[in-house]
Design a protein around this ligand. Structure first.
Ligand code: GDP
Ligand code: IMO
Ligand code: MG
Length: 427
């Protein structure tokens, strides 16, 4: 009865979508347990490229039931746009199940996300502007609107009324925006209610029963460890639990059922939005990583900030998540460098620090201490086993493995499903 978790080990966009898709044909359920349409997972299958935001990547695997868990925040317009776009390309989405307890992103939360960012000025987070933070804030404030509320209009109206009481004050008096009416919001939320109804389920129960039948459940994180609201580089984080703990709370699967935790880590590092990033490059190397790696956001199109591999960050992710296996992605992007720096520790105000500094100030001051590895120039996209990789690439993978706190079980050498070196079976 394996429940396997896939998490991002850096700041997102490590290639979680590809890894999920890789396992999709061998699992019975794929669950998205956190975040919303701030995520962007690109999956390449042959000539076809899919960009998924709200739907779990398992939707592309025919035998697999995709689940949107209770920990997710849902923008219903986006959900149905995504479903329609996939259906138009011949993907069957009829198996999708959505938790009755998942929260809904209302229009006022999208507005608040954008105006708060503007208000913060230089202290902004660089959010995706999708209303994620304000919707999770409502959840914690016990002012949220959930999927199940759509099916009891009286309750829905009462909840929206409750939420708007304070929000309209904020919108009009603090942010100088117009007030919104309860009717307007209720009408917007109800547009898709009947289409959603047959998909709604007690997804925690569905998953328990599946595990009892010895079926395999894959839990796919959005975002990543360093963007996790508790364990990330707070306040420059998203507003959900993107780590293994979040897989439990966001799905209703208890920790005792989880048998494997797969950390996805890029062979270098990227970050979108604001916040500390010790190995960030502002030179030609950074530009080259961005171009070679196609490092532009799947969701917002923003250029991703690029830098070298940061081993303390990977070790931290291994600890926080209990990573059993790493999938090292995008090794092919490093082809062509004479030597490749890897951050092995930090210099924090003149002192060597081997692990993630305890404080925000410490991490802001952290300067990378690099070790240098030989590069390679051969095209590695055709490699399917370690022996197919040039010796320098093998040495790079082995060195990173030694520093990162868990074994590397697969290596990505290209965006396609097939472009993977498998070292140990992931299921
Ligand atoms: P996610 O958010 O973690 O799912 O990652 P994204 O999809 O946002 O970003 C990863 C990008 O890298 C996507 O465009 C993938 O198609 C691509 N990708 C994934 N693995 C590899 C790999 O091993 N090599 C190359 N060149 N691209 C990859
Ligand atoms: P995937 O799943 C990279 C970042 C945003 C911003 C911060 C908060 O594709 O890896 P939010 O809109 O969530 O309140 O923004 O988090 N962010 C991501 N960065 N990949 C993602 O998702 C991200 N989702 C959010 O850029 O810095
Ligand atoms: Mg992404």
């Amino acid at each position: 009865m394996p429940a396997v978790v896939i998490v991002g080990a850096q700041w997102g966009d490590e290639g979680k979508g590809k890894a999920t898709d890789l396992l999709g044909s061998r699992v019975d359920y794929v669950v998205k347990f956190n975040g919303g349409n701030n995520a962007g997972h690109t999956v390449v299958i042959g000539d076809e490229k899919y960009a998924l935001h709200l739907l779990p990547s398992g939707i592309l695997s025919p035998g697999c039931t995709p689940i949107i868990g209770n920990g997710v925040v849902i923008d219903l317009d986006v959900l149905f746009e995504e479903i329609d776009a996939l259906e138009a390309r011949g993907i069957d989405t009829s198996k999708l199940r959505v938790s009755a307890n998942a929260h809904l992103i209302a229009d006022y939360n999208r507005t608040l996300d954008k105006v708060t960012e503007r208000f913060l000025g230089s202290r902004k987070i660089g959010t995706t502007g999708r209303g994620i933070g304000p919707t999770y804030a409502d959840k914690m404030n016990r002012l949220g609107v959930r999927v199940q509320d759509l099916f009891d209009e009286k309750i829905l109206r009462a909840k929206v009324e409750g939420a708007l009481e304070l929000k309209n004050q904020m919108l009009t008096k603090v942010y100088n925006r117009r007030a919104v009416s309860v009717d307007e919001i209720v009408d917007q939320l109800l547009v898709h209610a009947e289409r959603l109804r047959p998909m709604v389920a007690d997804t925690a129960l569905v998953l328990h029963e599946a595990l009892d039948r010895d079926e395999t459940v894959l839990l796919e994180a959005g975002q990543a460890t360093l963007l996790d609201v508790d364990h990330g580089t707070y306040p420059f984080v998203t507003s959900s639990s993107a780590t293994t703990g979040g897989a439990c709370t966001g799905s209703g699967i208890p920790p005792t059922r989880i048998t494997r935790v797969i950390g996805i880590v890029k062979a270098y590092a990227t970050r979108v939005g604001e916040g500390p990033f010790p190995t960030e490059l502002f030179d030609e190397d950074g530009e080259r990583l961005r171009t070679n790696g196609g490092e532009f956001g799947t969701t917002t199109g923003r250029p991703r900030r690029c830098g070298w591999y940061d081993a303390p960050v990977a070790r931290y992710a291994a600890r926080i998540n209990g990573v059993t296996d790493f999938v090292l992605t995008k090794l092919d992007v490093l082809t062509g460098w004479d030597r490749i720096p890897v951050c092995v520790a930090y210099d924090v105000d003149g002192e060597r620090v081997d692990e993630m500094p305890m404080t925000q100030t410490g991490f802001h001051h952290a300067k990378p201490i690099y070790e240098f590895f030989d590069g390679w120039s051969e095209d590695i996209s055709g490699a399917r086993s370690m022996d197919d990789l040039p010796p320098a690439a093998q040495a790079y993978v082995r060195a990173i493995e030694k520093m990162s706190g868990a074994r590397i079980s697969a290596v990505g050498v290209g965006p396609d499903r097939e472009e993977t070196v498998v070292l140990h079976d992931l299921l």
